[in-house]
Design a protein around this ligand. Structure first.
Ligand SMILES: Nc1ncnc2c1ncn2[C@@H]1O[C@H](COP(=O)(O)OP(=O)(O)OP(=O)(O)O)[C@@H](O)[C@H]1O
Ligand SMILES: [Mg+2]
Length: 267
């Protein structure tokens, strides 16, 4: 039988080997130190019932609506790959069009692709809702993160292996000023460099209400505009699309809250 001493020695050798490997991973040129950052993120569990009540439908394959998000996901991913883009802002003309819901459903839909690393950041600094929908008890301060005071590990939680979510606890009165600051640009660049997500989604405020979106757009590759079928007007969508396209690429307009669904294909 193996002695305790030799077992301890074996364990010590194994621990030393793991440390050596991690050290090599983080020091090799071209290696992926992001693996270590992902592993250091606190793992969060999701209350699926709560999420379903708040219309998160991409966790399971139970809802017909899941497939609409999956189709959207695949179209977005194809464009991101073609253009070598990673970051997407989500905005709408006015409040309540469904930005947060789209951001979360897309994030979980992307996370179902095991090889796709996705990060979702709540940058609606005036009405942060991501933490509330997910039931995060004590979301960290996004203001602190954007100012460089809080680290990625302090602010982001990991759902499963490949989805990182940065929620926000506090309303930020000078949001537009913060979002266009060089500190915020540095924090976002740091996030991209360290997590190296394939898809980085920013849940932003509505754009006809304040200048937060215009202030932040230089940090993203493209934008999705969400319109609510029952409340957004053609004029609002037109104004927003023109304004956005002067600064970035508009990936598309998502028509949400539409009562008339396309013909079912019986599959
Ligand atoms: N397709 C939909 N069908 C039914 N309800 C929806 C749909 N999309 C969003 N909602 C509901 O509408 C409300 C507003 O959605 P959400 O918070 O996602 O909008 P928002 O654009 O992020 O709002 P805000 O501008 O306040 O950030 C929520 O209660 C949400 O559950
Ligand atoms: Mg919202």
């Amino acid at each position: 039988m193996e002695s305790i001493q030799s077992t301890i020695e074996k364990m010590e050798r194994e621990i030393a080997l793991v440390a050596f490997r991690e050290d090599r991973v983080s020091n090799l040129p071209g290696a992926q130190p992001s693996e270590l950052v992902w592993r250091r993120l606190a793992s969060a569990s999701l209350d699926k019932k709560r999420a379903a009540q708040r219309r998160i439908v991409t966790l399971d394959r139970l809802e017909g609506a899941t497939f609409r998000f999956d189709i959207l996901r695949t179209k977005i991913l194809r464009t991101l790959r073609q253009k070598n883009w990673t970051s997407i802002a989500i905005t709408s003309p006015t409040p309540g069009c469904g930005k947060t819901l789209l951001a979360l459903n897309l994030a979980f839909s992307f996370a179902n692709l095991k090889e796709c690393r996705t990060a979702l950041v709540d940058l609606d600094l005036r009405r942060p809702q991501v933490g509330n929908v997910l039931g995060i008890e004590k979301p960290s301060s996004m203001e602190g993160f954007l100012k460089g005071d809080n680290s990625i590990e302090e602010v982001f939680l990991r759902y499963g292996e490949n989805l990182a979510v940065g929620a926000n606890a506090c309303v930020v009165p000078y949001a537009a000023e913060l979002l266009q600051s060089s500190e915020a640009a540095t924090a976002i660049k740091n996030l991209k460099d360290k997590l190296r997500p394939n898809v980085l989604i920013f849940d932003l405020p509505p754009m006809l209400v304040n200048d937060d979106v215009l202030a932040f757009l230089p940090n993203v590759d493209c934008v999705i505009l969400v319109a609510a079928a029952e409340s957004s007007t053609f004029n609002e969508v037109d104004i927003c699309e023109r304004s956005l396209s002067q600064q970035t690429d508009v990936l598309g307009v998502v028509l949400n809250k539409c009562h008339f669904s396309p013909e079912e294909f019986g599959y």
